[in-house]
Design a protein around this ligand. Sequence first.
Ligand code: FE2
Length: 368
Amino acid sequence: MHQYSQGKFTTQGHKGIPEGHFEEEQGRKGFFGPVSHLIKPQPSTRWNNIEGPLRPHLYDLVEMAKSHGQWQRILFNSDVTISNYWLKPSDPTHAKAFRNADGDTLYFVHKGSGEIFTEFGLLKYKTGTYINIPKCVTHTLLPSEECQFLVIESHTSFYREPERGMVGRNAFYDPTSFGKPSLDEMHARMKEIGFSALEIQIKRNKEITRFTYNENVYDTVGWKGDFFPVTLHISDLMPLMSARVHLPPSAHTTFAANGFVVCTFLPRPLESDADALKVPFYHQNIDYDEVLFYHDGNFFSRDNLHAGMITFHPAGFPHGPHPKAVKNIGNKTHTDEVAVMVDTWQNLNVDPSLEKVELKDYWKSWMK
Ligand SMILES: [Fe+2]
């Protein structure tokens, strides 16, 4: 389709919005498809009531009863399952190994630190680490303190690096910054702590099958190839920004998979051009359900949020910054929030257990 415009419009999206007006982006395929910017005297988030399933949701995972060692499902569809996972240190002597035959597992470490033993070697993690364990890679997480993970399971594809297009292969993060497994370190650590895994629990179709052995299953003496687990820490992510114009959330894509993407929002300077929009733009997420997990910092575009909360914005619902954020932006030069976003093509379902930790009035938070 060719470009067309009527009435008041701006020649550059997210910039030079006429005084007293708001811009709303309506676009397909996230931020990659056909798109228009509508100029309106009031934001579309000025509803006085919402009835029906498109109400946005806010859940406080801090209030969720801890079930150590169990993945507590939060949101899911046929491509992805997002779970909350608490783990505490225990006797490592015969800690069990786990193999996920239901998909690739991306653990995001919200709290804590520890080691991951895998058939490919030892990996280490701390708060802010993504751990990417490909489908069926046998692994054991040994935490050195109580840990909380956001587990993002990809059921229909492996995780890929985002397409970086014209900014090149090293943009956002350099592939060299992936943490690689070390076999030598793993064998040394197993000896040091007396760890020998004699059981593998394999999850397939959400059911566990137990395979038991007489000898340690972590016995690899060498390997080659391009299929192996890695880590990526948020301190190795270099957020893209433009001094002149607000970049869309897709600029923060960290991993891509079939049917969804994982993005990381990190502290960064705000746009410096006087006429540049400095808060996230109002938009309708026409094609994607949006999930945002608040990891750390001050979440300036929303009121009354704390780390460990998660929001779910179903596709079809227009959203943008809260009125207070729009007002307060004048004094800010930087964002200092860290959040993980999962945008999904297929509709997400909410696990019934979340009902207990929902803040029911969230949908009102855009109302003045
Ligand atoms: Fe959004």
